[in-house]
Design a binder for this molecule. Structure first.
Ligand code: ZN
Length: 118
């Protein structure tokens, strides 16, 4: 399953444009995070969808964790970059599993955790 198909499912769940051949009388109007909760359930509980597609905690966009993205590992030590911006082991632990589509999203996340402007 391609990421475009996940995005099509997200669009359907969020009340956006449907594929041409589809009409739906009771289309959901979920928020991006609610829509991804449906996908997450289908991935993790029902094993219907592959679990490599994740939602960015900053921009709500989808990304393939097999070929990109940044995931906070709460069991790891802060690396040089983390240390340079003041991220501590405790902060990694508290943010374990947080995911971002890009390094920019990762940076923005830590900035918001530390409450300084980017
Ligand atoms: Zn993002």
């Amino acid at each position: 399953m391609e990421i475009e198909e996940f995005e099509e499912l997200m669009d359907m769940l969020m009340g956006k444009d449907l594929p041409d051949e589809i009409t739906m009388q009771h289309q959901p109007q979920l928020s991006p995070k609610e829509a991804f909760s449906v996908i997450w359930f289908l991935q993790e509980h029902m094993n219907i969808l592959p679990d490599n597609v994740e939602q960015c905690g900053i921009c709500d966009g989808l990304f393939d964790s097999h070929c990109g993205g940044f995931i906070v590992d709460g069991t790891a030590d802060p690396d040089d970059w983390h240390r340079s911006i003041g991220v501590t082991q405790e902060m990694l632990k508290q943010n374990d599993g947080a995911m971002f589509c890009s390094a920019a999203g990762d940076g923005q996340h830590w900035a918001s955790v530390m409450e300084f402007p980017t």
